[in-house]
Design a protein around this ligand. Structure first.
Ligand SMILES: Cc1cc2nc3c(=O)[nH]c(=O)nc-3n(C[C@H](O)[C@H](O)[C@H](O)COP(=O)(O)OP(=O)(O)OC[C@H]3O[C@@H](n4cnc5c(N)ncnc54)[C@H](O)[C@@H]3O)c2cc1C
Ligand code: SF4
Ligand code: SF4
Ligand code: SF4
Length: 541
C-alpha cells in the first residue's frame, strides 16, 4: 500500500534514528531516601520491606526488616511510629500503616518459626553487653552477626528490660517478647542472668572482654518531696509496674491518683483501672497539649475511664486524701501556683515523675563523663574510655524502645570497626524525597486500615492485649498503599511512555536502563514516574 502524503512513522521506526546527539539533558535512574526510612530511629529500610510485602513475599520482607531491627513483633506493638508521621502519604489521605504491617511480619515470623542466620566467620573477639533491654539485645544481635562472641550480663532474672518490667502486657504480651528474645539468643548469644556489673573496667579485665556495650537503662523512679502522713500509701510507677510481673499484683485500692504526665503515668493509671480502681486520676501540672505522653496513650487512657486533672500539683499527701493546688501557665508556658487548694480522695498515690540511671558501674572508670545523670558518648556511641560504648536510656536522647534498638545497631557497627582497628564509615545518604517529587495522581485512593481493638469492658477488667493485628488480606492492602517514594517499583510507566523506545527493561527485580543512542532527553519519563525515581541531568560534556 502506498504511504499517505502526510507521513506517520510506523511503530518502532524511530529505532532507526539514533537521535541522542540532540540532547542537552539526559535522564538517570536513582534511589532517593523516603521520609519514613529517614525518620525510623532503628534505621529500618521501610520502603524496602514494604516492597516485598506488597508482593506477598512476607519472609523476604521480614528478612529485609531484621537486617536493621531484630524485634519487629515488639516494634509493631510499642513503637510510637515516627515513620508514619513523616510518611508522604499523609498528604494524600493518611499515612501508610507501617507499624501495623511490621507487626504482621513479626507475628508471621514467630508463627512460622523463621530463624535468623549467621554468615560472618568467628572474629575471635569477645564483647560484653551489660543489660538485656532493647539496646543491649539489639547490640548483641548485630555484634553476633558480625562474628563476635557476645555475652550479656543481666542483673535481673529475666531479659527484656523495660519491655518486660515497664510496658504492661496489655500492650506487649510476654510470649511475643520472649519469642523475639529467644531468636536472638539462638544465634549463639550467651545470656547470664543475675549478673549485676558494679565496675565495668574490672569486669572486662577479669572476664577477658575486648570491648563492652553498656545498656543499663534508667530504672530508678524519681521521687519528689511531698509532705505525707505515716500511713499514706505512696508507690513509684516503675516499682508498681515491675510488681505486676511478680506473683502477687500490688494492692492499690479503689481510688488511685497518679502524679505525672508521661507515658509511664498513663500506663500506671490504666494498670490501676485493671486492678479494680474505680477512680484512676492523673494529676498533672500543665495542660494536655504540654503533656509529654504520646497522644495515643492519653486517648486510650481516657477511653478506659482514666480521669485527668490538668493544671494541678500535689501539696500534701494525707491518709486517704490529697491536697492539690491549682496552677496557671505564665506567659512562657511555665506552671505557676495560684494558692487555690482542693482535695482529692485517694487510697494510693503513684509517682510517675521520670526515671534516673544507676551509673555506679562507671564510677571511677577513667574518662567516662557523666553529665546531667547520663553517660556522654560521641557519634560512634563510644564513651571517653576506649572500647567502652553505651546506648539506650543511659545516654542523652529520646527514651524509647526504638531509639534504644537504633543505638544498639549503631554501637555494634562501631564496636566492630574498633575491634578491627578501623573506623566505621556510614553509607552515603541518598537525597530525601519530598512530596512534590511524586506524581500522586497515579495512585488509587485507599483509606488506611484500622486495627481492631478489644471491647472496653474487657479492656478495663483484663490484661488482654488491647490492639489486635492485621490479617493477611488487610496487611497486603496496607503494604500496597505505599507510594514507594523515591525508589522504582517497576510500574513500567517510563518504559511505556518513552516515545523513542529508549527505556530498556532488564527483567523482574532488575529494573530498567536508558539506551542513550535513542533517548532525545525529552524528560517525559521523569514527568511520568509516579515515585520520583528518575532525574534529568545536564548532558556530560
Ligand atoms: C512504663 C513504661 C512504658 C514505656 N512504654 C514505651 C512504649 O510504649 N514505647 C517505647 O518505645 N518506649 C516505651 N518506654 C521506654 C522504653 O521502655 C525504654 O526507653 C527502653 O526500654 C530503654 O532501653 P534500654 O535497653 O536502654 O534499657 P532497659 O530497657 O531499662 O534495660 C536495661 C537492662 O539493664 C539491666 N541492668 C541495669 N543495671 C545493670 C547492671 N549494673 N548490670 C547488669 N544489668 C543491669 C536491667 O535489669 C535491664 O534489664 C516505656 C518505659 C516505661 C518505664
Ligand atoms: S520501628 Fe517504629 S519508626 Fe521504625 S518502622 Fe517500625 S514503627 Fe516505624
Ligand atoms: S508512602 Fe511508602 S515510601 Fe513513602 S513515606 Fe510512606 S511508607 Fe515511606
Ligand atoms: S516510571 Fe515506574 S518503572 Fe519507571 S522508574 Fe518510575 S517507578 Fe520505575
Amino acid at each position: 500500500m502506498d504511504k499517505p502524503f502526510a507521513i506517520t512513522l510506523d511503530v518502532n521506526s524511530s529505532l532507526a534514528n539514533k537521535t541522542g546527539t540532540w540532547r542537552v539533558e539526559r535522564p538517570r535512574y536513582l534511589d532517593r531516601l523516603p521520609p519514613c526510612n529517614n525518620a525510623c530511629p532503628a534505621g529500618e529500610n521501610i520502603q524496602g520491606w514494604l516492597y516485598h510485602a506488597e508482593e506477598g513475599a512476607y519472609e523476604e520482607a521480614w528478612r529485609v526488616l531484621v537486617e536493621d531491627n531484630p524485634l519487629p513483633a515488639v516494634m509493631g506493638r510499642v513503637c510510637y511510629h515516627p515513620c508514619e508521621t513523616a510518611c508522604n502519604r499523609v498528604q494524600v489521605d493518611e499515612a501508610v500503616g507501617i507499624n501495623a504491617v511490621e507487626r504482621f511480619l513479626g507475628d508471621e515470623a514467630i508463627a512460622r518459626g523463621w530463624e535468623l542466620t549467621l554468615t560472618a566467620p568467628p572474629s575471635g573477639k569477645r564483647v560484653l553487653v551489660v543489660g538485656a533491654g532493647p539496646a543491649g539485645l539489639s547490640a548483641a544481635y548485630h555484634l553476633r552477626r558480625r562474628g563476635h562472641a557476645v555475652t550479656i550480663y543481666e542483673a535481673g532474672q529475666l531479659p527484656g528490660g523495660m519491655m518486660r518490667f515497664g510496658i504492661p502486657r496489655y500492650r506487649l504480651p510476654r510470649d511475643v517478647l520472649q519469642a523475639e528474645i529467644d531468636r536472638i539468643l539462638a544465634l549463639g548469644v550467651t545470656l547470664e542472668v543475675g549478673r549485676t556489673v558494679t565496675d565495668v573496667a574490672a569486669t572486662m579485665a577479669g572476664d577477658g572482654f575486648d570491648a563492652a556495650f553498656l545498656a543499663v537503662g534508667a530504672e530508678i523512679g524519681k521521687r519528689a518531696y511531698l509532705p505525707a502522713g505515716d500511713s499514706a500509701r505512696v508507690f513509684d510507677a516503675v516499682s508498681l509496674l515491675r510488681g505486676m510481673e511478680g506473683a502477687e499484683p500490688p494492692m492499690l485500692g479503689r481510688r488511685v491518683a497518679v502524679y505525672g504526665g508521661g507515658d509511664t503515668a498513663m500506663d500506671a493509671a490504666r494498670t490501676a483501672r485493671r486492678l479494680g480502681a474505680t477512680d484512676a486520676v492523673v494529676v498533672y501540672r500543665r495542660t494536655r497539649d504540654r503533656m509529654p505522653a504520646h497522644d495515643i496513650e492519653v486517648e486510650e487512657a481516657l477511653e478506659e475511664g482514666v480521669q485527668m486533672k490538668w493544671l494541678s500539683t500535689i501539696k500534701e499527701v494525707g491518709d486517704s486524701r490529697l491536697v492539690l493546688e491549682k496552677m496557671k501557665l505564665d506567659e512562657h508556658g511555665f506552671p505557676q501556683p495560684t494558692g487555690e487548694l482542693e482535695e482529692l480522695d485517694a487510697d494510693a498515690l503513684v509517682l510517675a515523675l521520670g526515671q534516673e540511671s544507676d551509673l555506679r558501674l562507671v564510677h571511677g572508670v577513667p574518662d567516662i563523663v557523666v553529665d546531667d545523670g547520663v553517660v556522654q558518648v560521641g557519634p560512634t556511641m563510644m564513651t571517653g574510655h576506649p572500647g567502652v560504648f553505651a546506648g539506650g536510656d543511659m545516654v542523652p536522647g529520646d527514651r524509647t524502645v526504638t531509639v534504644a534498638v537504633g543505638h544498639g545497631k549503631q554501637a555494634a557497627r562501631n564496636v566492630d570497626a574498633w575491634l578491627r582497628g578501623a573506623h566505621h564509615v556510614p553509607a552515603a545518604r541518598h537525597e530525601l524525597v519530598s512530596f512534590d517529587m511524586l506524581n500522586t495522581w497515579y495512585y488509587a485512593d485507599a483509606p488506611k486500615t484500622v486495627r481492631p481493638q478489644l471491647d472496653l469492658a474487657r479492656r478495663t477488667s483484663t490484661f488482654d492485649e488491647v490492639v489486635s493485628g492485621l490479617d493477611e488480606t488487610t496487611a497486603l492492602f496496607e503494604a500496597r498503599r505505599c507510594l514507594s517514594c523515591g525508589n522504582c517499583f517497576e510500574c513500567d510507566n517510563c518504559f511505556g511512555v518513552c516515545p523513542d523506545n529508549a527505556v530498556v527493561k532488564l527483567g523482574p527485580g532488575k529494573r530498567y536502563a536508558f539506551d542513550f543512542d535513542y533517548c532525545k532527553g525529552c524528560g517525559i519519563c521523569v514527568a511520568e514516574c509516579p515515585c520520583g525515581a528518575i532525574v534529568m541531568e545536564p548532558e556530560p560534556t
